[in-house]
Design a protein around this ligand. Structure first.
Ligand SMILES: Cc1ncc(COP(=O)(O)O)c(C=O)c1O
Length: 357
């Protein structure tokens, strides 16, 4: 008879929020072999809400409860591209709060559905520039000001977001790599991920290089290069890219910045699916393209860590939609990983912004 008694004692989580964090670190074999680097993926889609934003959501809620800002009977409100809304919605249910997510129209339908399935109220507003008072961020802020019973999470300015990554994600990466990490590569939305991780990891290893990878259409790359937020092109990625300075991003210890086109993240998504059995969402595919770029410029022998930010199915409507890609003149069979790597090796150094802080 096979024995079903586990060799190590099982720890039973007492609440769904206890499942947040402690995600796996996965070697991307295809890229590691081509580059001679160890390219590692922190599997944040394993969080119960399916994204890295569960960590920020949990820390923001826990800190607000501890500070008596969020009390029994109150409603959590947040403006969100979706993933933070899903994280907050599941935490709200687990803790017994109500939740209202204000989302711009045009984000993945899966994210809208998940927020509703977690029992949160969803308010969809027209997508518009930040300067417009009807922008989802301003709408959430205004509703919170008008209702004393609402607590606004404010993920862009709330430093609990940074703290979540500084005190959990980065510590896990340091332990999982046993301190062997030469570079960290990350996209930025609020900047909580890149800031919290780069601060903690560069304190452990002052030689660590942090690479910011920005999609076309976001202004961070231009800001780091010229001091001004200017967008070039437009990307279909969701939840990343920003056109203004926010508190979480300001903490980031960035050494290098690059900007990559959607074509590259599409190529990476198809290649990793074929070669490694890894399905990525669009911001995650951009992260992995950034890791390949960093490897091309840093040379072999380095350990490079990046993030799988959310579940691939949240990118089904765009990244995995052939018609959508054809309309954008993006090719699903554009080049191999090897030719992409060679192209990145030959890209002029001037394409990489050296950030001195
Ligand atoms: C899919 C996805 N990737 C990356 C990010 C960026 O994370 P951060 O806000 O920590 O910069 C987000 C943020 O919402 C996201 O939704």
């Amino acid at each position: 008879m096979p024995s079903f008694i586990p060799s190590t004692p099982q720890v039973i989580a007492q609440n769904v929020t206890e499942l947040i964090g402690h995600t796996d670190l996965l070697r991307i074999n295809s890229l590691s072999e081509i580059t001679g680097c160890e390219i590692l993926l922190k599997c944040e889609q394993q969080n119960p809400g399916g994204s890295i934003k569960d960590r920020a959501a949990l820390q923001m809620v826990n800190d607000a409860i501890a500070a008596n800002k969020l009390r029994s009977g109150m409603t959590i409100i947040e403006g969100t591209a979706g993933n933070t809304g899903i994280g907050l919605a599941l935490i709200a249910k687990a803790y017994g709060f109500k939740m209202l997510a204000v989302m711009p129209k045009g984000q993945a339908k899966d994210k809208e559905k998940m927020i509703a399935l977690h029992g949160a109220q969803l308010m969809l507003v027209d997508a518009c520039p930040f300067a417009d008072p009807n922008h989802f961020y301003h709408t959430a802020k205004r509703l919170a000001q008008e209702n004393t019973n609402y607590w606004w999470a404010d993920q862009f300015e709330n430093m609990s977001n940074f703290k979540a990554h500084y005190s959990t994600t980065a510590v896990e990466i340091w332990q999982q790599t046993q301190g062997k990490i030469d570079a960290l590569v990350s996209v930025a939305g609020t900047g909580g991920t890149i800031a919290g991780n780069s601060c903690y990891l560069s304190q452990q290893n002052p030689k660590l290089q942090t690479w910011l990878v920005d999609p076309y259409g976001s202004g961070i790359y231009a800001y780091l290069k010229t001091g001004k937020y200017q967008a070039t092109g437009s990307s279909f990625t969701e939840g990343i890219g920003i056109m203004r300075s926010v508190e979480n991003f300001r903490q980031a210890k960035i050494n290098k910045a690059i900007s990559l086109p959607d074509q590259d993240l599409v190529t990476i998504s198809r290649e990793l699916s074929q070669l490694d059995g890894i399905l990525l969402g669009s911001s995650s595919a951009l992260n992995v393209a950034g890791a390949l770029y960093a490897a091309a410029k840093m040379g072999s022998g380095n350990t490079i860590v990046t993030f799988c930010c959310d579940l691939a199915e949240r990118s089904y409507d765009k990244l995995y939609n052939s018609k959508f890609l054809i309309d954008r003149k993006i090719d699903t069979d554009h080049e191999s990983l090897t030719s992409m790597y060679t192209r990145y090796q030959h890209e002029p150094q001037s394409a990489v912004v050296n950030v001195y802080q």
